[in-house]
Design a binder for this molecule. Structure first.
Ligand SMILES: N[C@@H](CCC(=O)N[C@@H](CS)C(=O)NCC(=O)O)C(=O)O
Length: 153
């Protein structure tokens, strides 16, 4: 989902700029496994044949093409570090516990309730400093005559 959002934020339209192929994860098509043997989605095949097989890599590629809403452009290095840490927490420990809470049948011997507690702990600390870290940079104004600059001006 986040890869699709980044493609949309970059103004890349399915059918015009990118070909979108839905796949059934229960019956992964051979074309998917040929491009990316690890068999997870999303996968993006670039015109030069390079394969991006991580959603974050697809997001970064899309936003490098265009980033009119300032999803990445305009943030300070310190803000980027905070963002990267939040994403790493979400993709790492939180996802680990979420999967074991949501799909206990896939993880025999694990206790769903314990993973629920472990997943919620970082969320509680995030709520505690909800005022803190990130203040978005201004979105550049592109209206004619508008004097408000982009993130750096
Ligand atoms: N770290 C990967 C995770 C990809 C992932 O696990 N995708 C899920 C769908 S949301 C998937 O393809 N599951 C199928 C499987 O693991 O067989 C990314 O962000 O792209």
């Amino acid at each position: 989902m986040r890869a699709r959002l980044a493609l949309a934020a970059a103004g890349l339209q399915p059918g015009r700029d990118v070909a979108l192929r839905e796949v059934a994860l229960k019956a992964k098509p051979p074309e998917l496994l040929q491009c990316s043997p690890k068999g997870t989605v999303p996968v993006l095949v670039l015109p030069d044949g390079a394969v991006l097989e991580e959603s974050l890599a697809i997001m970064r590629w899309a936003l490098a093409q265009a980033d009119p809403q300032g999803w990445l452009a305009g943030w300070s290095a310190a803000d980027r570090e905070v963002m990267d840490a939040l994403i790493a927490e979400n993709d790492g420990p939180f996802k680990h516990h979420l999967d074991r809470f949501k799909y206990p049948d896939r993880y025999p011997g694990e206790t769903s309730a314990e993973h629920r507690r472990a997943a919620l702990a970082p969320a509680a600390s995030l709520r505690a400093d909800h005022d803190a870290p990130l203040k978005p940079p201004p979105v550049p104004c592109t209206s004619p005559g508008c004097s408000a600059g982009g993130p750096s001006g």
